[in-house]
Design a protein around this ligand. Structure first.
Ligand SMILES: [Zn+2]
Length: 245
């Protein structure tokens, strides 16, 4: 009898484990040290596409870089961070105005977290009916949260007129957002707000500012191949050539 009970429990745990993995809406992957990548999904042109965000655990709480694309995952992300690290999200920065970055800004503000975008992003968010941050930064800014420091950097127009990257100089982590495309991607993706003429120069500015990154986090798809920056530059140069013909 005990044996049967054990088998049933085993089956239940196994099936439960599988089903959780199969429809997982929120994935969290350790990057290095206290840095974690979180992934949520949404439909884009009929395909289920992943969006990457990041969080950093500091002694003063968690810092969130971009909000989940999947709007059902705003609270689950906070719960996961609480369960896993026993920390609250204290600060959140969105890297451009599109909804895969800004969607959760108001929700997180209501939960007591300090939300930030640039003035440029805020103007576009207002115009396009996107969620907005409580605090605005009007130039590149160094944030220090407990034992960590990072800088926001506006390299110029690219994927969007307002895209910023976040550079962790000490850890050499470049959080690129949607400006930087994964080596898995054979195109620059959504170009509806992109600058065909400036994209390549903007990527070069990132390369000049963020020297020798160890990790480069792309907005979507696989980030582990750090040729992503060079890959994006090549695609941006081709785009410019094509448009000038
Ligand atoms: Zn995006």
């Amino acid at each position: 009898m005990q044996k049967i009970a054990t088998i049933i429990i085993f089956l239940f745990v196994t099936i439960n484990g599988f089903s959780q993995r199969a429809d997982s809406s929120l994935k969290i992957v350790p990057l290095t040290g206290n840095f974690y990548i979180y992934i949520t999904y949404s439909l884009y042109k009929g395909n289920r596409i992943p969006a990457n965000g990041m969080y950093l655990i500091t002694d003063s709480g968690a810092v969130l870089f971009d909000t989940p694309w999947d709007t059902t995952q705003f609270q689950p992300l906070l719960d996961s961070i609480q369960q896993r690290h026993h920390k609250k999200v204290v600060l959140c920065i969105a890297t451009h105005f599109h909804e895969d970055r800004t969607g959760g800004l108001e929700y997180y503000r209501q939960q007591g977290c300090k939300t930030y975008t640039t003035v440029l992003t805020d103007g576009l968010s207002k115009k396009r009916g996107m969620k907005r941050a409580e605090f605005l930064i009007d130039k590149d800014t160094v944030f220090t949260v407990a034992q960590y420091s990072f800088q926001t950097y506006y390299p110029g127009k690219g994927h969007a007129p307002d895209n910023i990257v976040v550079w962790f100089k000490k850890e050499r982590i470049l959080y690129g957002g949607c400006l930087i495309k994964s080596t898995e991607d054979d195109g620059l993706g959504n170009l509806s707000d992109a600058s065909v003429t400036d994209y390549a120069t903007t990527i070069k500015n990132v390369q000049l500012k963020c020297k020798n990154p160890k990790y480069i986090i792309t907005g979507h798809d696989d980030w582990t191949n750090i040729s992503s920056l060079q890959h994006t530059l090549l695609m941006a140069q081709q785009l410019k050539q094509k448009s000038s013909r």
